[in-house]
Ligand binder design. Sequence first.
Ligand SMILES: [Mn+2]
Length: 355
Amino acid sequence: MNIEKLASTLAPGEAYLITSTENCFYFTGFQNGEGVLLITPEERVYMTDGRYIEAAQAVITCCTEVLSAAVFTDEIERLCSSDGVKTLFVETGRITLGFYEKLRSSLEGVEVTGTEKLENEINALRSVKSAQEVEKIKKAQAIAEKGFDYILTRIKPGVSEIEIARELDFFMLKNGAKAVSFDTIAVTGAKTSMPHGVPGNEIIKRGDFFLLDFGAVYEGYHSDMTRTVAVGEISGRQAEIYNIVLEAQKKALAFLAPGRLCKDADAAARDYIKEKGYGEKFTHSTGHGVGVEIHEKPNLSSRNEKGALGEGNVVTVEPGIYLPGEFGVRIEDMALITAQGSVNLTQSKKDLIVI
Ligand SMILES: [Mn+2]
């Protein structure tokens, strides 16, 4: 169990306090915004308030105690003192400053530390997916792909970006998605040059690209994919850029294997785009991990100097070329790192689709 793996990294006198929704879910399987998880060498205690306690007790099996608390810090103080906790690690990147200060003022004799130890231990666990986690990501991706097939029938001249975004979201929600992975990006024309453009009232026109970046959430796990499709006939320059991005994406996908450096996976796509003269126009990193959050470790980035891929990672590969005022192209798949290399979790066609 992941909670036991995390607990095994504690030294005597140390404890972890997990306050974020996503990490509480990851370790307990219980989805709720109002709860914290305290892990001491002896105990694993989840606490929430009276509104959620019955549901929490029905779901959580990995804890020694699941309790209802009006004031979490009172219970944390009691448990830290009975277990002899001297150092409490918190999620520095996720805890609110208010809660951190409250812990510091209410826990006497306990050092509440702002080091990244807890984050690092959690990220290491979360980046390696179990077979069950991979199944959930695959289910999420299957819902998204069904959505993509459907929305291709709706993309046509005269329809607005926002209509497409809303229709795609609703289709995925009707077809088993608990939520969409993030605000769907559905942009056309010159707006495709904005990597994270927001859909608006712009109308689809012939000769434009339409870019869709979207995903579904299934049992707490996210999917992520991007496709750029042509509406009617496109120019030679559009086709050229599309093919450069596609080739770069295939190169990075082919490079993925355990032990390979994340920055080299980034370079596999980036170097090809540079060679073609568009290096400056590829303005983000090549990919990221996906799981209980849409963006998690590992990052396929030139700034990730030491990180290496490992079996069980699920990462996106999503190079793009963006020409402001003209158009942009991005193509994104998700891949699972396996002992032999990688398996692409995305089935949707990526040779240029002309609608
Ligand atoms: Mn992505």
